[in-house]
Design a protein around this ligand. Structure first.
Ligand code: S6P
Ligand code: ZN
Length: 204
């Protein structure tokens, strides 16, 4: 019997995650996003420009592994969101929906503390807490972003269908209706001043 091609490469079947730093020993794609790569994502443009000139730090990194590319295949990724802020807004991922809208995703928080923002196409939003061990389910048709609210790296491991794809357009256009600010007593969910009031479902 012919084995699936993926079994010919043991490396594609077995990877090790560095639980302290979040990197994977086997990955087919790595992404590193610095402040300059996130222009227009944070609400405070001036604070963004200042950070760019002050070393342009890395906001987050992603290691992705796609062992096979069939209709029913799964892939996985680790994401490391570094501690930091742009003005009062915590470091976070860009946020996206999936090209295949119905594709869900599961996130395990390995280390750190954060919040996941989930937002439907009609603007309904929910914020879920993330701490080591938290498992979050991202339903289909839901934009998702993770935010690091602590002083150490936020490290997550996610599994999703290989056919999901990543669509940044909707979130680039509207953003999330809430942003996560460092408040006097910890993280605060505040209205995003740039969120278009024409999107249904926003409550302020
Ligand atoms: C892909 C999955 C993650 C994110 C990563 C970075 O479906 O959700 O691998 O790509 O957390 O987030 P973003 O929004 O910059 O792609
Ligand atoms: Zn996703």
């Amino acid at each position: 019997m012919t084995q699936p091609a993926v079994l010919e490469s043991a490396a594609a079947l077995s990877s090790v995650m560095d639980m302290a730093r979040g990197r994977l020993t086997v990955c087919t794609d790595t992404v590193r996003m610095r402040v300059t790569d996130m222009r227009g994502v944070f609400s405070n443009q001036e604070a963004c420009s200042t950070l760019e000139t002050e070393g342009n730090p890395t906001v987050y990194e992603v290691n992705r592994t796609e062992p096979e590319l069939g209709d029913d295949s799964l892939c996985y990724a680790s994401t490391i969101v570094y501690p930091g802020r742009v003005g009062e807004e915590y470091f976070m991922t860009r946020g996206h929906t999936h090209v295949k809208g119905s594709a869900p995703e599961i996130y395990l928080t390995v280390r750190g503390e954060g919040m996941m923002l989930l937002q439907t196409h009609d603007g309904k939003i929910q914020a879920l807490s993330m701490a080591s061990g938290t498992i979050l389910y991202v339903p289909g048709e839901t934009a998702h972003r993770i935010v690091n609210v602590a002083e150490e790296a936020l490290i997550t491991f996610a599994v999703y269908p290989a056919t999901a794809g990543i669509d940044y357009d909707e979130i680039q256009r509207t953003g999330f209706s809430r942003i996560v600010h460092a408040g006097p007593d910890g993280p605060d969910l505040v209205p995003n001043p740039n969120y278009p009031s024409t999107v249904e479902g926003i409550t302020s």
